[in-house]
Ligand binder design. Structure first.
Ligand code: ACM
Length: 546
């Protein structure tokens, strides 16, 4: 009952018991994974999972326990496998053979899931038994991500760390950290302190699509020390944190902090409402330099080879009206504002490439052409993914028709967040990362994987993140980790077992029978989209990609 479903699992004789006498021995190259696993299991086992004495040979799986020794030994070893692959054998002892630390970590997560749900608590739980089994496993896709939007609503550092633990439990390995937007700037930049002094705070927030405002200030940001901690914490859990600095749209918070970045003479405030904004960066040299400074600090903080520069939903009204933008268009011999955006993104893509990093952008960056090497995060349905792969770009499928976890989970009136589109856990489970149009096409190899999205306009707390992300994130994990093909009844059974683990952790997921009374938000009606309206939206968005 492992989630995501492993490639292969078979019963084996024997049983492993985790108790205060269990020991843990690891290859020195897997010592960080061993330290992490000790940290997870020691509080439950009631012992410290010390290594074997060192004078004994490594225990052989299936051997009788030595007299007086713990009930069993967990061994982590390297073997000749791909880096993320592992084999787990559970009998009297538990042995994980892995291609590298990532594989050992995923194997250790599987071992935790094989234990009873009490293994996910933080206090001794008596003797915990695992029936003998053999698991052979490796991921289907190398990029298994989740967008976490901390700009629309801030999540505390502790909430982010907890979310990283939950991603790791589901064998996801990329946190796409959406750190900046119109409604908040969340990353401390030493050279430009007003980005957080001003840009991290807003006067109030829109509580729903019905337009009501809550009259309550909101904000927060991560210091550079916080971000280094988040990156290191994630790395130890085999998760790469890929930061997003969204440019040149979605920048009203930055413009509120430094009005000279914008196109207007009048000051702006950090945005309090949702939707695509009109305020975008100007294209002055000073603005380009400002964001080079920002990127220099971002590159110091985030070692990831990938940096997301957004590029989505850039309204061109202000550039049309701006003499300086028009001058730039003329100087560069560009046709129009669309080409200006393309130039803007290419320029920063070049800045990243010169520093050994790859630009990732939302699929709008395809419009007007894109430097080779740039990675496309395709979000408006799947057309962007198809177009990008066929043009030779690596692609991450982030389809908003299947993977946006801010959509309501049921058509019922009681759902707490009235985003119209319905996306059930079954809908997410049905998602296939390779777009239908690419099946059988060699360009399909360009699809690195997929990302679900925790967009937080209407997700205003960590508790609400739990409700919206789970259990759909578990379904998503199967689509990117497990072998192709779907088995909904099988998934439902696995999920039922998995929910007991989430209960033990204390995740406030959406229950199949609907929200608990305190999870609803009375007085804010839903606004379901019709399939026709939804299709019309998609057609309009993607007509320029065909
Ligand atoms: C997006 O949802 N604008 C990527």
């Amino acid at each position: 009952m492992i989630v995501p479903k492993p490639v292969k699992q078979e019963p084996r004789p024997g049983a492993f018991v985790l108790d205060e006498r269990t020991s843990l021995t690891a290859d020195p190259l897997l010592s960080e994974v061993a330290a992490w696993l000790r940290g997870e299991l020691a509080p439950v086992a009631g012992g410290e999972l010390l290594p074997g004495t060192g004078t004994e040979p490594l225990p052989v799986t299936g051997a009788e326990p030595l007299p007086g020794r713990g009930s069993g030994t967990i061994t982590l070893r390297l073997g000749d496998l791909p880096p993320e692959a592992y084999r787990l054998t559970v009998g009297q002892d538990a042995e994980i053979v892995a291609g590298g630390p990532a594989g050992a970590f995923h194997g250790a997560q599987t071992l935790r899931q094989l234990l009873p749900p009490a293994a996910f608590r933080k206090a001794p739980a008596g003797r915990l038994t695992v029936a003998g089994t053999y698991v052979e496993d490796a991921p289907r896709f190398p990029w298994r991500g989740c967008v976490l939007d901390v700009a629309r609503h801030f999540l505390t550092k502790h909430e982010v760390l907890r979310f990283i633990d939950l991603m790791a439990l589901h064998k996801l390995n990329v946190l796409h950290f959406h750190l900046t937007d119109d409604q908040g700037w969340r990353v401390e930049i030493r050279r430009h302190p007003r980005l957080t002094e001003v840009g991290a705070w807003r006067r109030e927030s829109q509580t729903g699509w019905n337009g009501a405002m809550d009259g309550r200030p909101h904000g927060g940001y991560y210091t550079q020390d916080d971000l280094r901690e988040i990156v290191a914490y994630a790395a130890r859990r085999q998760i790469m944190v890929v930061p997003e600095i969204d440019l040149p749209g979605h920048t009203q918070a930055a413009i509120a902090a430094y009005p000279e970045l914008g196109n207007l003479d009048t000051p702006l405030e950090v945005r309090t409402t949702w939707g695509v904004g009109v305020n975008v960066l100007n294209v002055e040299d000073t603005t380009l330099k400002f964001f080079e400074d920002v990127l220099d600090e971002v590159l110091e903080l985030f070692p990831s080879p990938y940096i997301v520069l957004g590029g989505d939903e850039v309204r061109k009204d202000q550039w049309r009206a701006s003499p300086s933008a028009q001058r730039r268009i003329a100087e560069l011999g560009l046709r129009d504002e669309e080409e200006l955006q393309s130039w803007f993104i290419r320029r920063f893509g070049g800045y990243l490439a010169a520093r050994g990093r790859r630009l990732v952008g939302w699929d709008e960056i395809l419009e007007g052409g894109l430097a080779p090497g740039a990675v496309v995060a395709s979000w408006r349905g799947e057309l962007g993914a198809v177009a990008a792969a066929r043009r030779g770009h690596d692609v991450i499928n982030c389809s908003n028709t299947s993977l946006y976890l801010d959509y309501r989970q049921d058509p019922g009136e009681q759902e707490p967040v009235p985003f119209g589109t319905v996306l059930t856990v079954e809908d997410v489970y049905a998602f296939e990362p390779i777009p239908a149009e690419l099946r059988g096409d060699p360009a399909a190899a360009r699809v690195l994987g997929a990302q679900c999205g925790v967009w937080t306009e209407l997700i205003d707390s960590g508790r609400r993140v739990d409700y919206m992300a789970f259990p759909r994130l578990a379904a998503f994990a199967e689509t990117v980790w497990s072998p192709a093909g779907r088995d909904l009844p099988g998934f439902r059974e696995r999920l039922a077992a998995h929910l007991r683990r989430l209960d033990a952790i204390g995740v406030e997921y959406r229950r199949a029978d609907g929200p608990l009374p305190w999870q609803t938000r009375p007085g804010v009606p839903g606004r379901p989209e019709t399939p026709e309206r939804w299709q019309a939206k998609l057609d309009a968005w993607t007509s320029n990609l065909r």
